[in-house]
Design a protein. Structure first.
Lengths: 185, 374
């Protein structure tokens, strides 16, 4: 995380500097896309999430609000809230066969199906967590953030983030163990 | 890498499944960026940070603040307005306005409201006696207004004096519209009020200006003129009443003290008057004074026989009309006067109320009774 650069970009972004805004988009939109895709498992929804995140970012700039620092954490928080809202808007997507799976020799269709089922299962497991717990797990163990960065994104103290992480992992472990036991029975 | 070293193996294994992310569609990514920058560009054109700071500058600069005041410059003003409005509504809205107008003086904004409320009150009063009392109170009120204006050194306009004079005349007219046995008493009441007001005005001090002294003199002259009119009118009415009583005694010797007409009047032949101008168009033509056919005991031996009451039939149900003309104290009007051709008689002016004494001596027939001094 490059805080000074972020602050410079933020300052320029508040005056609607197109170049700075373009840099911000190039810098953070791929990571935001990955973050959204991990939780949503859908390319279109992930793109929508990215577009809405930057749209909301413009709105806060227009209202002379927005962050003074930690722009990356701020954008992830916007995306996380949008994803949480999308969870509320729609029921969990059931695992379905994808007819567009490339018919490669090294990629067997049944193997692809298994992979998609496993991804959907872990996504369902993450949805059993609270929004804050889920964000801690994603940011730390999938995006590789440090606790301080996660704390900035959640706007919570470091100790609170660790507590959230602990409870999230315990809940996740119990859920997965239960799921494993169920599948083996 | 990715902080998973200390993770539960089961969880780490499951999370690894999400590491695989399909390649992002570059075209959609480019479209997203273009849309974002386009939206940012439109915001830059329409809204700039300077526009937002401009409002703060207005607040901070006293020079501009004195000219271009904010909407909330007097926040308490709207609060006070709301309270006054609420109280006005609680008190009845227009009722509060009318109540506030009662203390206004001529020339004030609410004075017309005051006059309108008085007219409305008069219109709502049905009983003639109550109307007279109200009219007398309004006469007092006009006089008090004039005194207040004089005390405060303000000018008494002609309109104010006219209103006062009209109010007095209205009281007189209402007195005459009362039943005959109450007219004299009512006129005495008006007279007493006017005399009291005259005394009050005599004690009123002005600011010494010429206009104030002139106005005060004019008001007093107005009172004195009306007092004179009333005095003369009372004399006439008393004589009329005496004649009526005498007539009744002649017709009904047994009933000596009643003013009510008797049936005997209807048995008498109607008179044949030929020309009382004041009786034209009256509801009961032919009942007025004038030379009648039959003998009129009161027409004989009068100072000027036949001038006022001509020899007519003894019609007890006659109707006379009192003509009112200003400044006619010494003029005509003998039709209702004391029988002298040159009466001092007509009390009234301008307005012509119709009064119907229930009996009149020497009444003649016809609407054209002579009246003696046309």
């Amino acid at each position: 995380m490059t805080a000074p650069n972020e602050q410079t970009l933020l300052k320029r972004a508040k005056s609607y500097d197109t170049e700075a805004l373009g840099l911000i988009y190039d810098l953070y939109s791929p990571a935001l896309y990955r973050y959204a895709y991990r939780l949503l498992g859908d390319e279109n929804m992930s793109e929508d999430c990215v577009a809405e995140t930057f749209s909301r970012f413009l709105n806060v700039l227009q209202n002379n609000q927005g962050p003074e620092k930690y722009l990356k954490a701020y954008l992830y928080r916007i995306a996380h809230n949008w994803i949480t809202d999308s969870y509320r808007r729609q029921a969990p997507v059931m695992v379905e066969m994808d007819e567009t799976i490339p018919d490669l020799e090294l990629v067997k269709p049944d193997f692809q199906v298994d992979k998609r089922i496993e991804k959907q299962q872990i996504r369902l497991a993450l949805r059993t967590l609270t929004p804050d717990q889920r964000q801690v797990i994603i940011l730390k163990f999938l995006e590789g953030w440090q606790n301080e960065e996660v704390a900035a994104a959640l706007e919570k103290p470091l100790g609170a983030v660790k507590a959230l992480q602990h409870r999230a992992l315990e809940t996740l472990r119990l859920y997965l163990v239960k799921q494993e036991n169920g599948s083996t029975l | 890498m990715k902080n998973r070293d200390d993770l539960d193996p089961l969880i780490a294994k499951k999370l690894e499944k999400l590491d695989e992310i399909p390649q992002r569609n570059s075209r959609r990514a480019a479209e997203g960026k273009t849309a974002f920058l386009k939206a940012a560009g439109s915001l830059k054109e329409s809204v700039s940070p300077e526009d937002i700071r401009r409002h703060k500058n207005w607040k901070e600069q006293p020079s501009t603040n004195s000219v271009f005041r904010r909407k909330e410059y007097k926040p308490m003003f709207s609060t006070i307005t709301a309270i006054i409005l609420a109280i006005s509504l609680l008190l009845g809205g227009s009722g509060a306005t009318v109540a506030a107008a009662q203390a206004s003086l001529p020339g004030d904004f609410l004075y017309d409201v005051k006059l309108l409320s008085e007219d409305a009150l008069m219109g709502l009063t049905a009983n003639p006696e109550d109307q007279l009392d109200l009219a007398l109170n309004l006469v007092d009120r006009r006089a008090e207004e004039i005194q207040s204006l004089l005390d405060s050194g303000e000018i008494i306009t002609d309109e104010t004096q006219t209103q006062y004079r009209d109010q007095i005349e209205e009281a007189i007219m209402l007195s005459l519209s009362l039943p005959e046995d109450q007219v004299v008493q009512a006129l005495e009441k008006v007279q007493t009020r006017l005399q009291t007001e005259e005394q009050t005005l005599l004690q009123t001090r002005t600011n010494g200006s010429e206009s104030a002294i002139m106005a005060l003199t004019q008001v007093r002259d107005t009172i004195q003129e009306r007092l004179q009119i009333i005095e003369n009118g009372q004399l006439n009415l008393l004589q009329i009443q005496e004649q009526l009583q005498n007539q009744q005694q002649l017709n009904n010797p047994d009933q000596k003290s009643t003013n009510a007409p008797t049936e005997a009047g209807s048995e008498l032949a109607p008179g044949t008057g030929d020309g009382n101008p004041w009786t034209e168009g009256t509801p009961t033509p032919g009942s007025s004074y004038g030379p009648g056919e039959s003998n009129n005991p009161f027409a004989e031996g009068t100072p000027t026989p036949g001038s006022a009451y001509g020899p007519g039939g003894n019609n007890m149900d006659s109707t006379d009309t009192i003509s009112v003309e200003e400044n006619s104290i010494n003029g005509s009007g003998a039709g209702v006067s004391n029988g002298s051709g040159s009466s001092s008689g007509s009390v009234y002016h301008t307005l012509t109320p119709t009064r119907t004494p229930k009996a009149a001596g020497g009444s003649g027939t016809g609407s054209q009774s002579s009246g003696g001094n046309r």
